[in-house]
Design a protein around this ligand. Structure first.
Ligand SMILES: *Cc1c(COP(=O)(O)O)cnc(C)c1O
Ligand code: SF4
Length: 358
C-alpha cells in the first residue's frame, strides 16, 4: 500500500478540475490559474483547510495564483542572485547560499508540497526562471572542505519531499564531516503535509548523535494548525527534534493584532516555538503581500510582548543579502540620563531603572 504522504503528493491539487472539488473558484482565481505561466499547487490535506466560499481565505491566498503577481513596482529583478550573494568572488556550488562565516543554506531540491505565492525563492521554485543545480554531493563536498562551517541549514524547495533514504543519506554524510555541530531543516511539511512524519522518517531522525537536528517550519495563519499538525510535531519531538516557526508577515493574512496573537499562541499549543517573523522579501511579483517594514515591530509591540506568554514571541527580522537584521520594537526606552533610564511597558506605564556607569 502506498504511504499516505505519497498519495497526497500524487493527488496534488494543481489543476482547476481538482481545485473545484475543494472550493468555489472565483473568476479572478480562474483567470490567474489559466493565464499565468507559474507553478502552483498544494496537498489535498492543505486544500481541505481552505474556505470554500471566501477568496480572501488566508490559505487560499497563499496557495492560488493571483493576477496581482503581474504587478512589480517594488520587487528587485534577479532578486535571488543578489540576496544569496551568487554574484560574488567566492565560487560556490549552486546549492550553497552564503551570508555568514560559519553557516550556510544548502538547497537540496526545488520541489515543494505547497507552492507558496509569497515565496522569496519563487524565481527558482515557483516561476522556474532561474535554474540552479541542486547537486547534493557537490554541496556536501564544498561543506567538508570549508572547516569554518559549523551549522548547515538544509532547505529547498522542501527537503522533506525527498525519500527517507535520501534524507538519511544527507544526514549521514553531514555527520561524517567533523567540523559540523548541528543540522537544520527548513520544511513546511508539518503544516502542509503532516502525513510526511512517518515511522520511517522518525527512524531516520531519531538516532542519538552529538550533531543534533533542528527543524523550522513555516506557518502563517492559525487556520493552518490542526490536530494533524499537533501529531506530526509531537512525533518529531519524540525523535529529539525541536520544531520552530518562521512566519512571513503577509498583508491581509496575518498583519492584524488579533490574528497575529492567535497564530503565535496556537503554535505553542502544538509545541511549535516561534523563532522568526520575516518581513516579506522584495522578490518580484509579490508586492501585494508586503506591508510597511514597521508593521512587524508594531505587531510584536501590540499583540505579543507583555500581552501573552513570552515563549510566543518571534524575533522580527529582515532577511537581507548581508544576513538577517532584527527590527524589534524600540518603544520601551523613553530616555536616559546619568542617573537613570526611563522605561515604558506594553501598557504604556512608565518606570525608572538605575543607570550603572561603566
Ligand atoms: C537564514 C539563513 C541562515 C541562518 O540564519 P540564522 O539566523 O542562524 O537562523 C544561514 N544562511 C543563510 C544564507 C540564510 O538565509
Ligand atoms: S515551501 Fe518554502 S520554498 Fe516552497 S514555495 Fe513555500 S516558501 Fe517557497
Amino acid at each position: 500500500m502506498m504511504e499516505e504522504w505519497k498519495e497526497q503528493l500524487q493527488n496534488s491539487v494543481n489543476t482547476l478540475e481538482r481545485l473545484k472539488a475543494f472550493i468555489n473558484v472565483t473568476s479572478e482565481e480562474k483567470e490567474a490559474i489559466t493565464t499565468l505561466n507559474t507553478k502552483w499547487g498544494t496537498s489535498p490535506y492543505f486544500a481541505s483547510l481552505m474556505d470554500k466560499d471566501d477568496p480572501n481565505c488566508p490559505i487560499r491566498r497563499q496557495v492560488l495564483p493571483s493576477m496581482k503577481e503581474k504587478v512589480n513596482k517594488f520587487g528587485i529583478q534577479d532578486y535571488l542572485i543578489w540576496k544569496e550573494n551568487r554574484d560574488t568572488e567566492e565560487v560556490r556550488p549552486d546549492s550553497i547560499a552564503r551570508q555568514y562565516h560559519n553557516r550556510v543554506a544548502f538547497t537540496v531540491t526545488d520541489v515543494c508540497v505547497n507552492y507558496c505565492r509569497h515565496c522569496f525563492r519563487k524565481e527558482v521554485v515557483v516561476d522556474k526562471e532561474l535554474h540552479l543545480r541542486m547537486d547534493v554531493d557537490e554541496g556536501l563536498a564544498w561543506i567538508s572542505e570549508h572547516k569554518e562551517i559549523r551549522d548547515v541549514l538544509i532547505t529547498g524547495g522542501d527537503p522533506f519531499i525527498l525519500s527517507d533514504d535520501k534524507i538519511e543519506y544527507i544526514i549521514r554524510k553531514l555527520r561524517e564531516i567533523p567540523h559540523l555541530d548541528m543540522i537544520r531543516f527548513g520544511t513546511r511539511a508539518p503544516i502542509v503535509l503532516p502525513q510526511r512524519i512517518t515511522n520511517g522518517l522518525k527512524k531516520v531522525l531519531s538516532v542519538y548523535h552529538k550533531v543534533p537536528i533542528w527543524i523550522n517550519t513555516q506557518c502563517n495563519h492559525p487556520n493552518e494548525i490542526t490536530e494533524k499538525t499537533a501529531e506530526a510535531v509531537f512525533k518529531l519531538l519524540t525523535c529529539g527534534v525541536n520544531v520552530g516557526n518562521q512566519a512571513v508577515l503577509l498583508k491581509g493574512i496575518n498583519d492584524d493584532v488579533e490574528t497575529f496573537r492567535k497564530l503565535h499562541q496556537k503554535l505553542l499549543t502544538v509545541r511549535i516555538r516561534p523563532y522568526y517573523l520575516f518581513y516579506c522579501e522584495p522578490a518580484p511579483g509579490i508586492d501585494h503581500f508586503r506591508t510597511p517594514v514597521e508593521k512587524g515591530a508594531e505587531l510584536i509591540r501590540d499583540a505579543i510582548r507583555g500581552h501573552t506568554t513570552g515563549l510566543a514571541q518571534p524575533m522580527y527580522v529582515i532577511a537581507t543579502n548581508v544576513g538577517k537584521i532584527p527590527l524589534m520594537p524600540d518603544y520601551y526606552i523613553m530616555g536616559k540620563d546619568e542617573k537613570e533610564y526611563t522605561l515604558k511597558n506594553h501598557k504604556g506605564i512608565i518606570t525608572k531603572w538605575p543607570n550603572i556607569p561603566e
